[in-house]
Design a protein around this ligand. Sequence first.
Ligand SMILES: Nc1ncnc2c1ncn2[C@@H]1O[C@H](COP(=O)(O)OP(=O)(O)O)[C@@H](O)[C@H]1O
Ligand SMILES: O=C(OP(=O)(O)O)[C@H](O)COP(=O)(O)O
Length: 396
Amino acid sequence: MKVLNDFNFEDKKALIRVDFNVPLNDNFEVTDTTRIQAAKPTIIKVLEDGGSAVLMSHLGRPKGERNANLSLGHIVDAVSDVIGVTVKFVGDCVGEEAEKAVAELKSGEVLLLENLRFHGEEEKGDEAFAEQLSKLGDIYVNDAFGTAHRAHASTTVIAKFFPEAKCFGYLLAKEIEAIDKVMATGEKPVLAILGGAKVSSKITIIENILDKIDDLIIGGGMTYTFIKAQGGKIGDSICEDDKMELAMEILEKAKQKNVRVHIPVDVIAADAFDANANTQVVDVDKIPEDWQGLDAGPNTLQNFKKVILASKTILWNGPIGVFEMEKFAAGTIAVGDYIAEATKAGSFSLVGGGDSVAAVKQFGFESKVSYVSTGGGAMLESLEGKTLPGIAAILD
Ligand SMILES: Nc1ncnc2c1ncn2[C@@H]1O[C@H](COP(=O)(O)OP(=O)(O)O)[C@@H](O)[C@H]1O
Ligand SMILES: O=C(OP(=O)(O)O)[C@H](O)COP(=O)(O)O
């Protein structure tokens, strides 16, 4: 397998799959440039070598039809600002118009193609469409981690047209390395902190990860399925009754594998799922009827702190409480603080998948953890142990 640094792009055209699926406001302005920033090092490497960059991405889910609201034309200025080069744009991603724009591209220039998903063939992984795309560059670079779990034409199928000239970009390589640290090569003790609303969306991750970790913190809404399964009273807290048996199985498996499981002992209970609800601190297994646990309590946070500070490798997926409401954000903020402290002391920390990334950004922890993933679904599937098709296509 070749890496980006194996290539010299002088006088070459790099066809780079990026994930510029970025949020836009009502004026079609980019409100978060993280994913553009993340792809910048790869693009700069190509330009500094004396090559040119052809960027391809999707935006939203236009389902194979042109949709002016989802044109990548909206983001050209933002990409130009971030890269520091005036980016050219072409109104299609395949065909004569695109081929002509690529042919006219000079060294040092960047061209952004129109939304790949305006063609239904992209998501179908259509081979003829992938072949058309492949005409637009000499070397194929996949730097779209956020879309690496999709077996689409531009992320996966296209690789076969570049048997000797394909590689990961720096971002994708960095994402793979971060996951690898947690799943295989990280210093022990390895800790996974799993929160969020539902057990059901995390089961496969828990089952896969039990073999790789020493400690597991369970937080957020998932907590209550575990507590009820053990006979606790959880009041009105969120619970998946049909997953209680599974919760017990998970605890048993963890025991067999010598994984220490840390579950909240106390919680901030509320009399309604509401930002202005009345609250009280109660034991997690004695939540009064009509009350629901919406955040971790003070004793729980002290326990979590000890575990986090003793860990050398930390994965965080899913918030600890309903952080969108100020009254129930303290647990998520505290856990972010402890992870920041552990990171400062030399531990490796990865935040990825789901709302924990939003929480980390909202509370300003982004620069205080080792790595924040740019992929939601892609990160979750990686943690589930799946080989992502976009990654496999480069490795093949
Ligand atoms: N105790 C709780 N009760 C209800 N929802 C919770 C609780 N703790 C966290 N959440 C919610 O979980 C959501 C985030 O879950 P996330 O990790 O993205 O995925 P999933 O919903 O699949 O678990 C957040 O919106 C947060 O408000
Ligand atoms: O934003 C994305 O996914 P994510 O919200 O799971 O991180 C990717 O661009 C993939 O988009 P898709 O889920 O429409 O294939």
